[in-house]
Structures are given as C-alpha cells and as structure tokens.
Design a protein around this ligand. Structure first.
Ligand code: AMP
Length: 422
C-alpha cells in the first residue's frame, strides 16, 4: 500500500515525499480511508505508531478540498505542551503545500504571541485544555464553526484530571462534527467517554511501532533505593548508551539525579513542569540533536518526546501505573530501531513490577550481574507466567497484532535496499 493508493491529494503527497515517508504505517493504512469518508474514529494507539499523521492528513485533505472558509474548523486537544508542539510540527510538515493555517496554544508561556497567531486566522488549532478554555473565555477563540474534533491521548487526559475541561470544551463545539478519539489504553472510563462523544465510530487498534515485545530489549535490576545513583553512574560508563532518557516519578527526583550526574562529570539536564518553557525546549532540542546524551524527565514532561534513535530508556523509579511503563519504554526502539529499556526496582517497588508484568504479559529478564544486586526480586519474578498471560488478555494488550511491527520491518528492509542502491 502506498500513500497514493490512499487517494491523497498531490500537495500532501509532495509533502510526505519531502519528509521521506515511503509507505503508510498500519494505523495510517486503516484510519485514513475511514476518516476521508467522514466517519468518527476510535483509535487504540499510542505515540510511535504514526497516529498523528493518521489523523492530521485526512483533516488537511478534507479542509483543502472544502470551501477554504476561515475560522477554527479543526481542534486537536492534547494533554501536554510537548505533545501539542509535536503535533503542530507534524501539521507544518504535512500541510506545507495546502495553504491551510494552524497554530499551537498551551499554558505556562505568555499568551500574546498565541493571541496574535489566532487573530491572523487559522483553520486548525492544536491546544492543551487549560489555555484553550482560558483564551475562549477571553473571547479570542470561537469554536462555533468547528467541523473536526480530535481528542488525543484520551487516557492520559483523564489521568491528568482533564475530564471536566473536556466536558466544558464539548459544550462549546457543534454537535454535528467529525470526532476522533485516540487512546493507548481502553479502560472503562475511556469507553464511556467514547460512547458519549463519538457517533457510530469505526475502531482501529494497533500495537505501538515498537511494542514491548518487538524491538525493545527490557531488563530489570534489583537494587536498594540508596544505591540506585551508584548503579546509574556505573551503567552510564558504558559507551553504548548513546542517548538515554531517564524517568523519575517526581520533579524533585529529576533535579536530584541531574545534580548527582553533573557532579560526577556527566552532563545531564532535567525537564519537568517547574522548568520554564524555554529551558525545557532548549534541553529537548539539544537532546534531539544528540548534543546532550542524558535527559531526565518526569512522565508528564516526557509526553511527546520524539527522538530518532534514542538508544536507552532507564526507569530510575518504576511507575505506579503500569500503562505508564509502556508509554515510557515506547520512547526507545522507535521507528524500527532497536531499543533498550532498563528498570531499577527497589523492594518497595516490587508490587509495581508485578502489575507491569501482568499488563505487558511478559516476565522482564533480571540482570543479576551488577555490583549492587539485591535478593529482593526473586519473589516478584516467581509470578506464574500463565497468570501474567491471562491478565494481559484481560487488559487488552495488543501484543497479538503484529501488523505494525511488520510495517517498520518492511520499511527497514526498504531503507536497506535504498542504502545498497546508492
Ligand atoms: P507518532 O505516532 O505520530 O508520534 O509518529 C511516530 C514517528 O513516526 C514520528 O517521528 C513520525 O514522523 C514518524 N512517522 C509517521 N508516519 C510515518 C511513515 N509513514 N513513514 C515514516 N515515518 C513515519
């Protein structure tokens, strides 16, 4: 399947060619025709599957083919500013030759430039909920002419307590519209939300490009809390860690590790909600350009980080929500690259590890050969494999769907062919 076969218009095909997209990902192949026909969509997919292009391309195409009316006609609601910026960049890339205008709004920065952009006129708005409602209340935004509404990372939105904001937004937009909801997981609250906002939706489910089984090598290190920093310093000595994203549960924790690493001669920066938008953007840009090897982030700040060839993810602390583990390790092994996900587990985190293994349906291999090893882990790893598998089924983990992994494999082979041709 090619993008041309998806009946995309020339200005979009040209733009996709420029960003070197050769073939559609599984979610693009499945979702684009559904969306071009004007259906609502429920997408079970997370970052890394190509879902942003799956929704932005049909929106661009339908807007391009319509009457070019001014005013906000598409709204993409997303939980974090990083994700909003990322989506904005994608609209920029794919919509370059359509003449359609978009802008991105989010909190934590002065509103003036955002208001100026809105005043100049846009058809597509990418927003986080708080700033959207704020600017709407001030009269800078009207959503009365909205035709397309995308709720991105819906599970994350609910986790972050945006449920009331979403309800307020729904009151501001027309009932007649095309609605898309994307979520990495499908807990009952999301199904309920989907039932209320979608109308006869078509459903598309895919595994992330690098599902937990495909291209990410996972391992767990049992270590006492007090020795985690020593283990980290020990691991970072290895040169094969080219770029590593380290996750902590708290902002304070992220700062603390940054200080320890810097003191030990390892340049590292932290990104989290207490840092200014500029500082976060600077660290992220350096990290993306591989000028900074070590980035430390909290879960919320890390949403939307899309770095090519991120070799390692380290969970300095295990998340208490198992889905978060899947989100975190999905930052490595992207676009068919091999990735390594290392988790530190202290005795108090054993229940978290157990929950994670049930969700992903895998027993994460234990690394016993390190200087700070503890015995605490053996009991967690005694969880019966069958029990894990049964639970995974119950949790609707899409391990069975290998189609998306196949996409990246095909793409990789395609790239290999191109490389030999040269
Ligand atoms: P997303 O799931 O939207 O965050 O996309 C993950 C990554 O895949 C991004 O870096 C996209 O630029 C890239 N991507 C999306 N679709 C394609 C495609 N068809 N071919 C190659 N790369 C893609």
């Amino acid at each position: 399947m090619t993008f041309k076969e998806l009946e995309l218009i020339e200005p979009i095909l040209k733009a996709l060619d420029q960003v070197n997209y050769e073939i559609p990902t599984t979610i693009q192949e499945q979702a684009i025709p559904i969306l071009l026909q004007g259906n609502d969509l429920l997408g079970c997919a997370q970052t890394g599957t190509g879902k942003t292009a799956a929704f932005s391309i049909p929106i661009l195409q339908r807007l391009y083919k319509s009457d070019k009316r001014k005013g906000i006609r598409a709204l993409i609601l997303t939980p974090t500013r990083e994700l909003a910026i990322q989506i904005g960049e994608n609209f920029e890339e794919y919509g370059r030759y359509t003449g359609l205008k978009h802008t991105v709004i989010f909190g934590g920065v002065p509103q003036k430039p955002q208001v100026d952009a809105l005043t100049r006129g846009v058809q597509i708005l990418i927003a986080t909920p708080g700033r959207l409602l704020d600017l709407q209340a001030q009269g800078f935004i009207s959503l009365k002419g909205l035709e397309y509404f995308v709720l991105d990372e819906a599970d994350r939105m609910l986790d972050m307590g945006f449920v009331h904001d979403i309800k307020r937004v729904l009151k501001l937009i027309p009932e007649k519209r095309q609605t898309l909801l994307f979520s990495a997981t499908m807990p009952p609250e999301i199904e309920k939300l989907a039932n209320t906002i979608l109308s006869s939706p078509r459903k598309v489910e895919v595994t992330p490009a690098s599902s937990t089984v495909e291209t990410i090598r996972q391992s767990v290190y049992f270590v006492e809390k007090a020795e985690k920093k020593d283990l980290l310093l020990h691991l970072l000595k290895a040169p094969d860690i080219e770029s590593v994203l380290i996750f902590t549960r708290t902002k304070h924790g992220a700062d603390k590790i940054t200080r320890i690493l810097n003191k030990n001669g390892i340049p590292a920066e932290a990104i989290h909600g207490n840092k200014s938008q500029n500082a976060r953007q600077r660290a992220l840009t350096a990290f993306k350009a591989h000028a900074l090897r070590v980035l430390i982030a909290t879960d919320i700040a890390a949403r939307g980080i899309d770095v090519d060839q991120l070799s390692h993810v380290i969970n300095y602390e295990l998340p208490n929500i198992p889905e978060t583990y899947v989100h975190r390790i999905g930052r490595t092994g992207r676009a068919g690259h091999e990735g390594i996900a290392i988790s530190f587990c202290e005795s108090e985190e054993l229940p978290y590890l157990k929950d994670i293994q049930k969700l992903i349906g895998l027993q994460i291999p234990v690394v016993k050969d390190h200087p700070f090893v503890t015995q605490a882990g053996s009991q967690a790893q005694a969880t019966k494999t069958e029990e894990i598998k049964a639970k995974a089924k119950e949790n609707k983990v899409w391990r069975g769907n290998k189609a998306n992994g196949d996409f990246w494999r095909r793409k990789k082979q395609g790239q290999a062919k191109t490389a030999t041709k040269k």
